[in-house]
Design a protein around this ligand. Structure first.
Ligand SMILES: Nc1ncnc2c1ncn2[C@@H]1O[C@H](COP(=O)(O)OP(=O)(O)OP(=O)(O)O)[C@@H](O)[C@H]1O
Ligand SMILES: [Mg+2]
Length: 244
């Protein structure tokens, strides 16, 4: 399949083990939906799935393909096609200043210094944040760091953008602005969240629980069942799941 071909995501009996136990097991799915949502409780394996899809870690078993490529084995294709926004901006940011951080990904994609700096200014301007250009990242709040990560990844123009809890720690106006930018960008989204409200208008949803897919379907179906189960669990006093 060519790189300009469709962007189907395929997981075939995917498994991932860490610390001597199965974090994900037997994940099989195929999706060409434009906006995919993944819901699940803390520790269900969502961030691990995000890293596998972006090709940052290798599966322990099974196979992943995004647009016909294995994202771990074919890093060049993955870098061109897939963007990921980490749950924790401190795991994403490596440079001391905002513009350097945004430019880095663009240089990785093969842009020269001048092109990268031009595109960096363009994305900062589109978010009305050109004044952040030389700001030290350490001086930014957690929410502002999140926004820097979002701008960095959007600047790279990914065809599939994986968002791992993208709104965590952001206030309501910033959330709304980001959501508008995301939905305007010409990119497919795979959005991970434990908050049903974030995913209500998504095209297809997967519910991940204890490392397996327990339900897939429309947002209305999956969120109805997920919310009912979360409400039920919320009534219990047992927090043993967090200690798994
Ligand atoms: N490298 C690793 N070594 C040991 N355990 C790991 C590793 N990676 C993930 N895990 C474990 O796998 C489980 C799933 O982790 P993951 O971060 O994918 O969950 P999550 O659904 O993203 O949770 P949250 O909603 O809290 O972000 C957790 O119990 C975690 O401790
Ligand atoms: Mg997570």
């Amino acid at each position: 399949m060519s790189e300009t071909g469709d962007l189907t995501i395929r997981l075939d009996d995917l498994g991932y083990e860490a610390g001597g136990r199965a974090v994900l097991s037997g994940l099989t799915l195929q999706s060409s939906a434009r906006r995919i949502g993944v819901v699940g409780r803390n520790g269900s394996g969502k961030s691990t799935l995000a890293r596998l899809l972006a090709g940052l870690i290798a599966p322990s078993s099974g196979h992943i393909s995004v647009a016909g490529h294995d994202p771990y084995r074919d890093r060049r294709a993955a870098l061109k096609t897939i963007g990921i926004l980490f749950q924790n901006p401190d795991h994403q940011i490596i440079f001391p200043r905002v513009a350097e951080e945004i430019s880095f990904g663009l240089r990785q994609q093969g842009l020269d210094k001048a092109q990268a700096s031009q595109r960096t200014e363009a994305i900062l301007t589109s978010f009305d944040k050109l004044h952040w250009k030389d700001a030290p990242v350490t001086a930014l709040s957690q929410g502002q760091k999140h926004l820097v990560c979002m701008m960095s990844v959007l600047a790279m123009g990914p065809r599939l953008l994986i968002l791992d809890e993208p709104y965590a720690g952001l206030d309501i106006p910033t959330r709304r602005q980001l959501s508008r930018h995301l939905h305007r960008a010409d990119t497919r989204l795979l959005h991970i969240s434990h908050d049903p409200a974030d995913l209500a208008d998504y095209d297809q949803l997967f519910w991940l629980d204890r490392g397996t897919i327990v339900q897939q379907g429309t947002a209305a179906e999956v969120l109805r069942d997920f919310t009912a189960e979360m409400d039920r669990l919320g009534e219990l006093d047992d927090i043993a799941d967090l200690a798994r």
